[in-house]
Design a protein around this ligand. Structure first.
Ligand code: SF4
Length: 344
């Protein structure tokens, strides 16, 4: 059981307060002190009675956070933060600057089970799911250095929908008006495509934006570069996405990593257009960021532009995301790359 009060949503704190014979407003004190005022100890929540604070402590509840180990700055303004968790597992988060707005890319697992071949995290051993507290605390720690975070993307280490309950609890906490109050439209979950969890997400009371790590226009290529494709075909994924869209009516972002000759030819773009036709989508083309031991090379800029033009000509809104944070190994697919090198 997760006894960290920082992992609990507002509704869960109301239940906890009620179970302890406390009025609902005590839950508001708990939540605002933890998620707005960054209280690190139950005893610091002074509006609560001493007796209630003592009961929470006696029942084993704590408020604990993650520890910042390293901070790396890239000349392009990107900052990578390395954190250590209580059991010594390490994770990374990346702050991206877009004008005056800060976007934070956060991790949801230590390691990842999905094993995508173009991603450094996928080569690390899966250790465990992060708790909701460990997910939200990445943002709280980064804000101490960078100021307010405006957008949160769940695209760091791990597959968010493989840690569904904790991820959704963290979304609820970050979105709560009694905490950081980050608008739900400013929160994006990115998944490599787990059909069952996508359906589950469509009926959730909270509707963050959804991004799919697609990366291939057909099953043959997808199986070559993504292990998840052996379990879930593109047909299953597309069926889940159609159902998601029929319930939510929300546009989906398709992430497509450009890999030299593997998936970047014009005939691949045409196949992708056919695949995406039934959905309301926009496409992000991402420059591949190879790490030591990565079997692939990045597409040339010309090839990426040609691919983008083909999609745009077919009426698909397409954006090219060129590498950022590369010198500090903070670019997409590079998180954990330094530890891979250590492993070698
Ligand atoms: S791309 Fe995402 S899902 Fe795939 S291995 Fe990397 S972290 Fe895991």
């Amino acid at each position: 059981m997760d006894n960290n009060l920082k992992s609990k949503t507002y509704d869960e704190l109301i239940e906890l307060a009620a179970a302890c014979g406390q009025k609902a407003f005590t839950a508001k004190y708990l939540f605002t002190f933890i998620h707005q005022k960054d209280a690190a100890d139950i005893q610091d929540i002074t509006p609560l009675s001493k007796a209630f604070r003592q009961k929470l402590t006696d029942d084993g509840y704590t408020i604990s956070g993650i520890e910042l180990l390293e901070k790396h700055d890239d000349p392009d303004g990107t900052i990578k933060f390395v954190f250590e968790l209580a059991d010594s597992a390490r994770i990374e988060a990346v702050r991206l600057k877009d004008g005056k707005r800060n976007t934070l890319c956060i991790s949801t697992q230590a390691g990842c089970r999905m094993g995508c071949k173009f991603c450094a995290t996928g080569q690390l051993k899966f250790q465990r799911n992060l708790t909701a507290a460990e997910i939200v605390d990445q943002l709280y720690q980064v804000e101490k250095y960078c100021g307010k975070i405006h957008n949160v993307v769940y695209m760091g280490m791990g597959e968010p929908l493989d840690n569904f309950d904790n991820v959704m609890a963290s979304v609820s906490i970050l979105n709560d008006e009694n905490g950081r109050n980050i608008g739900i439209r400013h929160i994006t979950l990115s998944t490599c495509g787990l059909p069952q969890q996508i359906r589950q997400l469509s009926t959730s009371p909270l509707q963050p934006r959804l991004a799919i790590s697609l990366h291939a226009p057909n099953d043959t290529i997808r199986k070559e570069i993504m292990r998840v494709a052996a379990k879930h075909s593109l047909h299953d994924l597309m069926t889940a996405l159609k159902s998601y869209q029929s319930v939510t009516n929300k546009r989906i972002t398709m992430e497509y990593c450009m890999i030299d000759t593997i998936n970047d030819q014009v005939h691949h773009a045409k196949e992708l257009i056919r695949l995406l036709r039934p959905l309301k989508v926009n496409v992000n083309l991402i420059e591949l960021n190879p790490f030591a031991g990565c079997p692939y090379a990045t597409s040339s800029n010309n090839q990426i532009r040609r691919f983008a033009q083909t999609l745009t000509d077919a009426g698909i809104e397409t954006v090219i995301r060129f590498k950022r944070g590369q010198t500090i190994k903070a670019a997409c697919g590079q998180l954990g790359a330094t530890w891979l090198k250590d492993k070698e």
